[in-house]
Design a protein around this ligand. Structure first.
Ligand SMILES: [Zn+2]
Length: 345
């Protein structure tokens, strides 16, 4: 499943296979599958925890000590079954973390309730998402307030996902862009141009200073100006050979850092896309003009034989003569022909 998820991330970004998976997930805006599944389970638990127990059967089976606004619980036969066994065999309380190795476990509904524990910080009771206003005279908070609280708890779960993403899947130190669940605005450019940007941000691209798995020791010098390593910063903002396009299109772009407006301003993003297309920055070498292409690799020399070509000609002539005389030497009526010749004499 993890391999499939990485493949989906590559479909999204068109990044090289040499790109680290932690960078790949940030470029694709798709968190690691383990963190994302944990987030989805937490959202499902929150939905059950905030549903009215008289409307959702799963909510009616939450533990009695669960901090819900409703105290209604359905008859739960499975809990009666746990009265007899000793304390060692009892299921864990929903508030308790599962020990490692897991000797005792939560009941399924208690495991769901346990997932909501980090979201309950600062709350004595979880809100109820009511589909109808509460009856008059009750002290239940207004439905709008509880709905807003529910949305805030969902946002809190999303922030926890981002934190898990950073903790569980750290990136190399030279990659500075933070994880986000919303697609990058530059992904609205054409697929080809957006992929150039993904690759250059990742540090694995057709730019000379970005090493490739196939040639780790390639010359990082910019092939257009030959004045320094061709990094993402150099090729976009400081390369003298592309000064005219920079002055024309990227006058407002001063930085490519993670907090620069280049990544949020639609006009700047469009200008960056036009610059990349116009100057063919980060393009594959077979799409570049000849003057920008790196020199072709030397053609491997065919190993020569030790003797000169004249020997071949002599051998060829000798073989040809043999082929010419060979039928005469094996003439079937040779003796008869000799006899006739003797008679003539
Ligand atoms: Zn340059």
């Amino acid at each position: 499943m993890n391999s499939f998820w990485h493949r989906v991330q590559r479909w999204t970004t068109n990044n090289f296979y040499s790109t680290p998976t932690s960078i790949l997930s940030r470029e694709a805006c798709l968190p690691p599958i383990i963190s994302y599944c944990r987030y989805r389970r937490r959202l499902a638990a929150l939905r059950i925890a905030c549903a009215p127990p008289n409307a959702n059967p799963a909510s009616a089976r939450l533990p009695q000590s669960f901090p819900s606004l409703s105290s209604f619980r359905a008859q739960d036969a499975s809990r009666h079954l746990t009265i007899g066994p000793s304390s060692v065999n009892l299921p864990l309380s929903w508030r308790t973390k599962v020990p490692s190795p897991p000797i005792r476990k939560h009941l399924p509904v208690d495991a769901l309730a346990h997932l909501t524990l980090p979201l309950q910080e600062g709350l004595t009771r979880l809100p109820l998402v009511l589909h109808a206003p509460p009856p008059p005279g009750t002290d239940i908070p207004p439905p709008d307030l509880m709905r807003k609280t529910y949305q805030a708890l969902r946002t809190r779960a999303k922030n926890m996902l981002i934190q898990d993403w950073i903790t569980d899947d750290p990136t190399p130190t030279d990659y500075e862009y933070p994880p986000t669940l919303s697609p990058h605005p530059f992904m609205g450019l054409g697929k080809f141009v957006a992929c150039r940007i993904h690759q250059m941000r990742s540090g694995k691209s057709y730019v000379a200073a970005h090493p490739s798995w196939s040639d780790e020791e390639a010359d990082p010098t910019c092939p257009r100006c030959e004045m320094g390593p061709e990094s993402f910063q150099h090729t976009t903002l400081t390369c003298p050979a592309r000064k005219r396009a920079q002055d024309l299109l990227l006058k407002e772009v001063s930085s490519l850092a993670h907090d620069a407006t280049t990544w949020t301003d639609p006009l700047l993003i469009r200008a960056l896309g036009e610059y990349i297309t116009d100057t063919r920055t980060g393009f594959p070498s077979d799409m570049l003009p000849d003057r920008f292409s790196p020199p072709p690799p030397p053609i491997p020399q065919i190993k020569k034989h030790g003797f000169p070509a004249e020997v071949f000609f002599l051998l060829a002539f000798a073989v040809g003569d043999c082929m010419f005389y060979f039928p005469l030497l094996n003439f079937p009526c040779k003796k008869r022909l000799e006899r006739e010749l003797v008679l003539v004499l």
